[in-house]
Ligand binder design. Structure first.
Ligand code: NAP
Ligand code: ZN
Ligand code: ZN
Length: 346
């Protein structure tokens, strides 16, 4: 089927309009009209080839919400007309221990990314969500609650699940002190979830003007980190710190603000290594960990949680021809708090 979208042809090039083909439906495929597509900082890292060598042409986008327009002959999970969400991966091996336990993002044969990836045939380039149509195997899509504003739902598919999953895994809740580093697309969802789960929530931000917003989202404390000396006041303080900062920063003062047995989870992916002092870790039996998005089961759980608690991303809805400016503004931490493309404008 024909799709309209936006493409980047080479590393760092501007995105431009693109017409391309999506596969015809297989028996277990669902076809959808995309309604909204979020702009994740990972899109920017990959379009600018800041990680590993990337696959071009690239249609980025892995925060997709839409409406089912057609279903394959064996589809049982979705009906035409229903809302549907697609996130960061579209397939995985389905047989390894990770896949079998609902942790497809950690597939031992690698998940198939929604874009900047080849499908499991090893040759078809996967094109992502900056477009008006999509085709997905039903097992890799989720149901979207009907009571939520859909533009604010799209970024839940990556930004939302990526913070929900570690908060659940490290048991954020009443009596726990949680800090979120960086109040961007991911970070602001971390604040909302940590607050909803009952944790005492602190934001570490280098943008002083975000304080009021952070408090409105549920943050109990807001700490401006432009001068990292401020962190000395928080030594041995937190149970859990989630680092969503997209740039490479010195983790050392943040590690020192973990209490005994505390964990700092690396979520931001700047593409360069962090330096860490062994003494800081072993001094208070601290852990440095990582976490990547969430599996399909947890993605579905998170969306129902959002439906129940009325949790949404704060978004700026844009037309497709604003994507290049949106990229620059995101890199400058100038977005409140996620750009979402209205797919009617592709
Ligand atoms: P974003 O909206 O750009 O937010 C990043 C935030 O980091 C900014 O809002 C800013 O917060 C802070 N920041 C940026 N540059 C900084 C600097 N030079 N010094 C200090 N703080 C800075 O990005 P995002 O979409 O939330 O993504 C964040 C990172 O997570 C990206 O690297 C992305 O690739 C990665 N990611 C990882 C996963 C995963 O599964 N682990 C999933 C999605 C994305 P303040 O203004 O509050 O300081
Ligand atoms: Zn993402
Ligand atoms: Zn697998």
């Amino acid at each position: 089927m024909k799709a309209q979208g936006y493409v980047v042809h080479s590393a760092g090039a501007l995105l431009e309009p693109f017409e391309f083909d999506r596969r015809e439906l297989r028996p277990r495929d669902v076809g959808l009209e995309i309604l909204y597509s979020g702009i994740c900082h990972s899109d920017i890292h990959q379009a600018r080839e800041e990680w590993d060598p990337a696959i071009f042409p690239m249609v980025p986008g892995h925060e997709i919400v839409g409406k089912v327009t057609e279903i394959g002959s064996q589809v049982s999970k979705f009906k035409v007309g229903e809302l549907i969400g697609v996130g960061v991966f579209i397939d995985s091996c389905r047989n390894c221990s990770s896949c079998l336990s609902g942790l497809e993002q950690y597939c031992l044969e690698e998940m198939t990314g929604t874009y900047n990836a080849k499908e499991r045939d090893g040759k078809t380039i996967a094109f992502g969500g900056y477009s008006n149509r999509f085709v997905i195997d039903e097992d890799y899509a989720v149901h979207v609650p009907t009571n939520l504003e859909l533009s604010g739902v799209a970024p839940l598919m990556c930004a939302g699940i990526t913070l929900y999953s570690p908060l659940k895994h490290w048991q954020a809740g009443p009596g726990k002190k949680v800090a979120i580093m960086g109040l961007g697309g991911l970070g602001h969802m971390g604040v909302k979830f940590a607050h909803a789960l009952g944790a005492e929530t602190t934001v570490f931000s280098h943008s002083a003007e975000k304080e009021q917003d952070a408090k409105a989202m549920g943050a109990d404390h807001f700490v401006i980190t432009s001068d990292v000396d401020v962190l000395k006041k928080y030594q041995r303080n937190f149970d859990l710190i989630l680092n969503t900062v997209s740039a490479q920063i010195d983790l050392e003062p943040y590690l020192q603000s973990l209490k005994l047995d505390g964990t700092l989870v690396v979520i931001g992916l700047p593409g360069k290594p962090y330096a860490v002092k062994a003494g800081t870790l072993l001094g208070q039996r601290r852990s440095l960990a990582g976490s990547m998005i969430g599996g399909i089961r947890e993605l579905q759980e998170m969306l129902y949680f959002c439906g129940e608690h009325n949790i949404l991303c704060d978004v700026e809805v844009i037309a497709a021809d604003y994507i290049n400016q949106a990229y620059d503004r995101t890199v400058a931490s100038d977005v409140k708090y996620r750009f979402v493309i209205d797919a009617k404008t592709f």
